[in-house]
Design a protein around this ligand. Structure first.
Ligand code: PLP
Length: 433
């Protein structure tokens, strides 16, 4: 598989290099030189396969001979060893694709776990690798679980103290072993600044190889393509050509993966790009002016991003395919009030418990398919229990805890507590090997 840097087309890398490097020169994103096309007939056959077998084939088509097929197969099998996507019918025409049945109850498990398998595979020299990441919630948990107990890889997760929920904390701060968690007495931005500084520190680099495992990594995107195909396996064939998918967007990794699947030949009629009030992209599509505002805190906090990392990739695909806004991709941004109203509607009218991110996607979807001969699918990106307080308050009910949560809720948290001070972080990174 060949990829090039979107900011410097002369920088060309293979899949392994792109996974290890994450970003290219000038902070440019890597993009596949070609997106493989699959014929209609073959797509039909692929859709009939099981999730694991099909995902192995898709990844093999993409990665090519660079990594042996049997090894790709094993990586996928290990990465996707949890209950896969499920479809819930909300109405006859509106469905939710639940991607939150993995170990940390969010769709990020798919990408993070595949990336962990690939990185460990590529680390044949058995060097010490440190995955260093800042999280405002879901990413930290998915990444920590994905690398848990892997040899020669240590994970260090920074998070803003008191700003993430108890359940989110329990999901990654109680693991121990090769997982180090650090509560920073500061904001998420301060956590990110510390991480950036570490990546530029020469001394730290002498001790360990740093990798960020964030959502710009190409391995995470490739893994996410697989569940868009699975949707078509789970719905009746008679509606395959009438599907519109609404994606709740933050960094736009999920949407990028969906558009790549469409580009490969998956017959998705249209995507809807759904954001919360952090609506840089919807405003850009409307006015042609890129003007990010300061990030606003919302209920759908995994989407509180005003400078989405993956946007250049989305633009590249649209341009390459000559897909038109509105015809192939609709967009919109949803207020807090509507998000709340539709969490209520989903429960009161359809007896379906959802959460803020999915509600954003649902809100735009139902407007769009109204009166058309189309079927709408919105992505359920996280389990409602991850936003327990918000959901319980809106619905005035108590949520049942899934087993994975009741098992960990009493475990002791093992985090370091630090002030947002770089030298303290550096000491932990260097001393605590
Ligand atoms: C990360 C996340 C998103 C946003 O996904 P992107 O790929 O960054 O656009 C949406 N919902 C939930 C629950 C998330 O954790």
């Amino acid at each position: 598989m060949k990829l090039y840097n979107l900011k410097d087309i002369k920088e060309q890398v293979n899949f392994s290099q792109a996974v290890k490097r994450g970003l290219g020169r000038k902070q440019g994103l890597f993009f596949p030189e070609t997106i493989p096309r699959i014929s209609k007939k073959k797509i039909k056959k692929l859709i009939n396969e099981t999730f694991i077998t099909r995902s192995q084939k898709i990844l093999s088509i993409f990665i090519g001979s660079e990594i042996e097929k049997s090894i790709i197969n094993k990586s996928i099998q290990k990465a996707f060893s949890f209950p896969g996507p499920k479809i819930s019918y909300i109405t006859k025409k509106i469905l939710c694709c639940e991607l939150f049945h993995g170990p940390t109850l969010a769709f990020k498990d798919y990408g993070a776990r595949f990336m962990a398998q690939i990185l460990s595979l590529l680390n044949a020299e058995k060097k010490s690798i440190t995955i260093l990441t800042a999280t405002s919630g879901d990413t930290g948990a998915a990444v920590a679980h994905a690398f848990y107990k892997m040899k020669n890889i240590r994970v260090v997760v920074l998070y803003p103290k008191g700003k993430i929920s108890k359940i989110q904390r329990k999901l990654f701060c109680t693991l121990g072993h090769n997982i180090t968690t650090i509560a920073v007495d500061g904001s998420f931005d301060e956590c990110q600044k510390l991480v950036k500084k570490a990546f530029n520190d020469i001394e730290i680099k002498k001790y360990t190889q740093l990798n960020s495992a964030n959502s710009i990594n190409i391995s995470r995107l490739l893994a996410q393509i697989c569940y868009f195909f699975e949707i078509f396996h789970l719905i009746p064939e008679s509606i395959h050509n009438k599907i519109i998918i609404s994606v709740p967007c933050g960094n736009f990794g999920n949407l990028t993966a969906g558009l790549i699947a469409k580009s490969m030949g998956l017959p998705v009629k249209k995507f809807i790009l759904s954001t919360n009030s952090n609506n840089t992209v919807p405003r850009y599509l409307k006015t042609g002016i890129w003007n990010p505002y300061k990030t606003i805190s919302t209920m759908s906090n995994a989407m509180d991003i005003s400078r989405p990392n993956n946007w250049p990739r989305v633009q590249k695909i649209l341009q390459k395919e000559q897909w038109k806004i509105n015809k192939h991709l609709e967009y919109g941004s949803v207020s807090e009030e509507s998000t709340k109203k539709n969490i209520k509607e989903l429960f009161k009218k359809f007896n379906y418990i959802s959460e803020p991110h999915a509600s954003v996607a649902y809100t735009l979807l139902k407007k769009s398919i109204n009166k058309k001969d189309l079927y709408g699918i919105f992505l359920g990106t996280a389990h409602p229990i991850k936003f327990q307080e918000t959901v319980e308050k809106i619905l005035q009910i108590k949520l049942q805890k899934p087993q994975v949560i009741s098992k960990i809720i009493h475990l002791k948290e093992l985090s370091y507590n630090i002030k947002p001070n770089f030298n303290t972080l550096k000491k932990i990174l260097i001393n605590h090997q």
